[in-house]
Design a protein around this ligand. Sequence first.
Ligand code: SAM
Ligand code: SF4
Length: 328
Amino acid sequence: MSRLADRFSRSMTYLRLSVTDRCDMRCLYCMPEEGEPHEIRREVLTFEEIDRLVRIMCRLGITHIRVTGGEPLVRRDLPVLVGMLSKIDGRPELSLTTNASRLAPIAEELKTAGLDRINISIDSLDPQKFHRITRGGKLSDVLAGIDRALAAGLAPLKLNTVVMRGINDDELPDLVRFAMARRVTHRFLEVMPLGSVGLDNRDGFMPAAEIRTIIETRYPLEPLPFQEGSTARDFRIAGTDAQIGIISPVSERFCSSCNRLRLTARGRLQLCLAYEDGADLKKPLREGWSDDAIADLILRTVYEKPAGNHFAEDPEPVYQIAMSGIGG
Ligand code: SAM
Ligand code: SF4
């Protein structure tokens, strides 16, 4: 039973752990072309600091840690951190969200270090379009990363696509076919109005209902029961055992069953994607607070978690909050 409860009686069991703000891509909906201001190394938590905070949080009730970024594989020696986290008491489940540009050479090493599962972002199967959306990404590297992750047994592997009207909405059935051929689940995400982007969020936004309609032009979908704590609406492709998910933080949010917390690369405990509310944990850590004092600060902070996001009500994007900083 998690002690990390908020005033709406939601229990937090899932931590999204960002290990860097940096990225080797510049996706239209996430980062400005010139990148985010560069992090100063001393501002970023060390592996030892991350390990200590995660241990405290696991003691309080976190059971699943998703390592993310920025691009987590840009952080040097990531398998070392994965190995440290895999030794935490209670053995939390460890997963990774990555753009896979650097995955192929270390997929095996990550698995051996203790990584359980992996989510890979892929927004197009057309190399030129992929390059345009990511402002420089190479599709062939990502495809190699997917193959090596599957070969290494990082399962279940999930693919994620952010759907942008007029940019990649024509590829949705092809992306489903791509995932089915590899026997993996594909998830389609609504664009969230966050970050300083090269995409007009309002024009690029496509609601979940329309995403479903486009997929159903080729693959009829049967809704599956909603899983508590999930952010996706899951479907089975009729007549097969293949599944897809549609993630709708804007048109149909699942905030009332949210079970997640975020820890940024610079040591901020963040309560919700859509707000800056939270607490700095790096300063107490570096000032020598005890584990119990830090745990107490975390418990008091979590209690104040906002009820839900405001994406559907607010017409203007929240430019000051970038996904690359808080790990999606
Ligand atoms: N770099 C890694 C990657 O791209 O998978 C991990 C970090 S990225 C911030 C995590 C997820 O957030 C990715 O699946 C990405 O597509 C998604 N994302 C980023 N900005 C978004 C936005 N404005 N709306 C919806 N999803 C977004
Ligand atoms: Fe980088 Fe991931 Fe953001 Fe794309 S979505 S710019 S890969 S952090």
